[in-house]
Design a protein around this ligand. Structure first.
Ligand code: ADP
Length: 302
């Protein structure tokens, strides 16, 4: 039934500035906003909003932001009993500076997210978890432990191998469904450009397949989503919407896809639903606050 997410939880601090500072320079910020972030948290919120019973495993520091982020996650309906509060590391943070010209600089400090151990994962009961979803903002050893333990219990292993990291590829053979965006596909497949056409995307994705029963899903921004299996590939076209903020679109897609699969939709139905959810999310600012509910997606698809 449920979706089990192993992933990062961050406090995102977003400062707007006229111009980005040069090294050694101090500039006055125009505004500062604090958000719940991290790919794990965002994807868990998306899955929960789509109606899936959703558990998030992760770690925050024993500090004010850790407690506040757990509270926010619970407010979105995510079960947070498996989010450890660690005294040895601070809650993860992303410091984002955005200039008036639209350029940005981002520093992510993983903090407690990087302290999740394979032992913490192995001690967790995974019965009844239909979908196991992970990204690469937590240690690869913990993801490996989850996928090994979860597969033995019949869970579908879904990896959003983002951000693109060399250690990510070692997890591909343990994965049932791999989700990448165009940039990540180009990095892992060692291409010098981002493939766009279905034929080119399929060819690159098949280079990454390590088992014949694997599915690779490639998100293509406003173009939509490609799903590639050994003997079939299809494109679900992007929905025509007016995008105001595409941050978190990929996370919305991953969480909504996991929710669809946990509700026993077939692959195409789950991709179509997640494509619609992500299109709704780009019409609102922010990541977690822009994740649509199941009802909103149903109305949009009518
Ligand atoms: P990421 O956020 O990882 O860069 P994408 O940009 O590929 O990922 O976006 C993920 C998904 O969000 C797309 O496959 C699509 O379903 C949806 N999406 C993104 N941008 C748009 C847009 N401008 N219009 C409609 N849907 C979009």
């Amino acid at each position: 039934m449920g979706v089990f997410v192993l992933g990062s939880i961050n406090l995102d601090a977003v400062a707007r500035v006229d111009d980005l500072p040069r090294p050694g320079e101090t500039v006055a910020g125009l505004s500062l906003e604090l958000f719940l972030g991290g790919k794990g948290a965002n994807q868990a919120v998306a899955a929960a909003r789509m109606g899936a019973p959703t558990r998030l495993m992760g770690a925050v520091g024993k500090d004010d932001s850790g407690a506040s982020l757990k509270g926010k996650l619970a407010g979105y309906g995510v079960q947070v009993a498996d989010v450890a509060e660690l005294s040895g590391a601070p809650t993860g943070q992303a410091h984002v500076w955005v200039s008036n010209g639209g350029e940005n600089m981002i520093v992510v400090t993983g903090g407690a997210n990087m302290m999740i151990t394979p032992q913490q994962v192995a001690a967790t009961a995974l019965e009844g978890q239909r979908v196991l979803l992970a990204q690469l903002e937590t240690p690869a050893g913990a993801i490996e432990a989850l996928f090994k333990a979860g597969a033995a219990k019949g869970g579908l292993r879904v990896l959003n191998a983002a951000p693109a990291l060399p250690q990510g590829a070692a997890l591909f053979p343990l994965t049932d469904i791999l989700i990448l965006n165009q940039t990540e596909l180009a990095t892992y497949a060692r291409l010098d450009h981002e493939p766009a056409k279905l034929e080119e995307v399929s060819k690159a994705a098949r280079k990454l397949m390590s088992r014949p029963d694997q599915t690779i899903i490639v998100t293509l921004g406003k173009t939509g989503v490609a799903a590639v299996r050994r003997d079939e590939a299809f494109l679900v076209e992007g929905r025509k919407v007016k995008a105001v903020d595409t941050v978190g679109a990929g996370d919305c897609f991953c969480g909504a896809l996991a929710a669809g699969l946990a509700a026993n939709l077939d692959l195409r139905e789950a991709v179509e639903q997640a494509n619609a959810a992500a299109a709704l999310s780009v019409q609102k600012p922010g990541a977690a606050p822009s994740m649509p509910s199941k009802r909103e997606v149903e109305v949009f698809l009518e």
